[in-house]
Each structure stands twice: as structure tokens, then as C-alpha cells.
Write a protein that binds this ligand. Structure first.
Ligand code: C2E
Ligand code: MG
Ligand code: MG
Ligand code: MG
Length: 292
């Protein structure tokens, strides 16, 4: 009897597995179709999140973050679709669009106070073509290169460190700055970080989120900040949610921060109206709908 029961269980879990697999494959195909349409029909938007000078409390930059206004599911953050998009030919066009849209927005914002706008790019975009695109976008929107920053991650340099370092150099020669995003989570060696020679290190949110409860995170943060200062790079901590985190990071020597404490990502017109120069961005609560 036990054997029969076991057989039955196996058969049914296999059936469940098959149907799961089937659903997953279907869902993925559907996602890819939707993404193709999203690119064609302009369903992508950029939200912006303020970056703050921790000494003065002033907004010094905005990070552009991709959002998808899905016709059925509403506003979607990138974690549900970015990995799929990255494998599609559309990825390159989305990156180009992000560059265009963010440069245009930076130009609209650049008034009395220059506001640096940072963008994220897909790893395989870090090359000579990106430098050309950046140069053209700056020209087209009459934007000062200092108002643009490109965020890369250690993944960008994984296959070809020399190539990545040379692209970073070209961008910096244009006057555009480069930040190393999610710093501390990758596997780049210290020599790789030194070779990349970016302007700014962005300490990953994972360290900040448990720095008040985890002694190891505090030690890592203090070390990353010290490292950055010694190699003369700016340090920006991401994911700051409390005043306590902000104060401790500042005390450690971190000069810039970003996180829900200062403002959630939001549509540009709500954050910093064009033609107006508030001292700090108005916090705007992000509401993303759709399936988790
Ligand atoms: P990232 O570049 O590290 O961006 C920071 C992420 O942390 C954003 O998530 C932001 O909304 C979130 N965040 C910021 N402050 C806080 C905080 O205080 N608490 C918490 N819990 N979260 C915070 P988002 O917008 O979902 O973006 C996720 C990732 O998707 C980004 O990570 C970036 O790697 C990628 N991404 C976003 N926009 C683009 C894009 O236009 N192109 C490309 N290629 N990748 C993008
Ligand atoms: Mg980023
Ligand atoms: Mg980041
Ligand atoms: Mg991160």
C-alpha cells in the first residue's frame, strides 16, 4: 500500500511540476511579447530619486529609474522584467531611450543650479558605442557633461576589464562622471576597482539596511568609506531609510546619500518642477501596482 501511495504522490507531483513548468514557459513567452510591445508603444517611463549632499542636505543629483506602465498590470518596477529584457534585442533600444529621456530631463532641470542626472545601463552597453551615444545626446540637448553620470556595476567589467576601464576613461574625458553601483556586492578585486577609476562609489543598500543591527555590516561600511576616501572617490550610500543611518554614515565620512528618507523615486514633475529650484526635492510616495 505504501508503495502505491508513493507512486501516486510521485505521479501527482510530476504532473504539478509539468503544469508549473508549462505555466512558467507560457508566462515567460507572454512577458517577452509584452516587452516587445512596451518598447514599440512607449510604455516605459523614468522615475527619479534624489541624491543628497549629507553635509548640507541639498539635492545634488537624481537617479533615473526605469518603470513600465503595463496596460493591464499598472506601474511595474524593473526587478520583474529587467533580467528578461536584458536578453532581448530590445534592450539596446531601451538603453538608448533611457539616455535620451534622462538627458532631456537633465536639460529641462538645468537652470540656476545644475542637477546631475544618473542613469543605469545594461552591462554589454559599456563600450565605444555608448561613448558616441552619450556625446550625441549631450549635443542634442545642449547639456553640460557634468550634468550626466553613468552608473555601472562590477558585472560591466567582468568579461573585459581593460575595455571597461578604457570606456570609463573616454566618458570621463568627455566630462561625464561614472559611478560604481552596488559597490561591495560584486567580486571585483581591489586592483580592478582601481583600474576602473570611477568618480563615485555607491555603497549597496544591503549594507546600509542592516548597519544598525549587524556589526559586520558596520565594519564593512566603514572600510568601504575609508577605501573610497583614500583613493579619492566620492562615496554615496544607497537605501538610507532612517536619520540614524544617515548620521552614522556621515560620521564615517560618507559624503552623499540616497534613499526613502530623502525621497522615493517619483515622476520628474512631482520631484522637481521644471523652472523651479527648491532647496530639496519634495518627497513623493511611490506607488507601484501589479502582481508581486
Ligand atoms: P539600483 O541602480 O541599485 O537602484 C536602486 C534601487 O533601490 C531602486 O530600485 C530604488 O527604488 C531602490 N531604493 C532606493 N532607495 C531605497 C530605500 O531607501 N529603501 C529601499 N528598500 N529601496 C530603495 P528599482 O527602481 O526597483 O531598480 C532596481 C534596479 O534596476 C536598479 O538598482 C538598477 O540596477 C536597475 N535599473 C533601474 N533602472 C534602470 C535602467 O533604466 N536601465 C537599466 N539597465 N537598469 C535599471
Ligand atoms: Mg543605480
Ligand atoms: Mg545601486
Ligand atoms: Mg543596489
Amino acid at each position: 500500500l505504501a508503495v502505491i501511495e508513493l507512486r501516486r504522490q510521485n505521479a501527482s507531483s510530476f504532473a504539478t511540476y509539468r503544469s508549473d513548468f508549462h505555466t512558467r514557459a507560457l508566462r515567460r513567452r507572454r512577458l517577452r511579447q509584452d516587452l516587445e510591445r512596451a518598447e514599440e508603444e512607449g510604455q516605459f517611463e523614468l522615475f527619479y530619486q534624489p541624491q543628497i549632499d549629507l553635509s548640507t542636505g541639498r539635492t545634488i543629483g537624481m537617479e533615473a529609474l526605469l518603470r513600465w506602465r503595463h496596460p493591464a498590470y499598472g506601474l511595474l518596477p524593473p526587478n520583474g522584467f529587467l533580467a528578461e529584457l536584458e536578453q532581448m534585442p530590445q534592450a539596446k533600444r531601451v538603453d538608448k531611450w533611457v539616455l535620451q529621456a534622462a538627458t532631456a530631463q537633465a536639460a529641462a532641470w538645468s537652470g540656476a543650479q545644475p542637477l546631475r542626472v544618473a542613469i543605469n545601463i545594461f552591462p554589454d552597453r559599456l563600450g565605444p558605442e555608448l561613448v558616441q551615444d552619450v556625446e550625441r545626446a549631450l549635443d542634442a540637448h545642449h547639456l553640460a557633461p557634468e550634468a550626466l553620470e553613468i552608473e555601472i556595476t562590477e558585472r560591466h567589467a567582468l568579461d573585459d576589464l581593460d575595455g571597461a576601464a578604457s570606456t570609463v576613461r573616454s566618458l570621463r574625458n568627455l566630462g561625464v562622471s561614472v559611478a560604481l553601483d552596488d559597490f561591495g556586492t560584486g567580486f571585483a578585486s581591489l586592483s580592478a576597482i582601481s583600474a576602473l577609476d570611477v568618480n563615485r562609489l555607491k555603497i549597496d543598500r544591503s549594507f546600509v539596511s542592516d548597519m544598525l543591527t549587524n556589526g559586520k555590516s558596520v565594519a564593512i561600511i566603514a572600510t568601504l568609506i575609508e577605501l573610497g576616501r583614500r583613493i579619492e572617490m566620492s562615496i554615496l550610500a544607497e537605501g538610507i531609510e532612517t536619520a540614524e543611518q544617515r548620521d552614522l554614515l556621515h560620521a564615517f565620512g560618507c559624503n552623499e546619500g540616497q534613499g526613502y528618507l530623502f525621497g522615493k523615486p517619483g515622476p520628474p514633475e512631482l520631484l522637481w518642477p521644471t523652472g523651479v529650484s527648491p532647496a530639496a526635492a519634495v518627497p513623493h510616495a511611490e506607488t507601484c501596482t501589479g502582481p508581486a
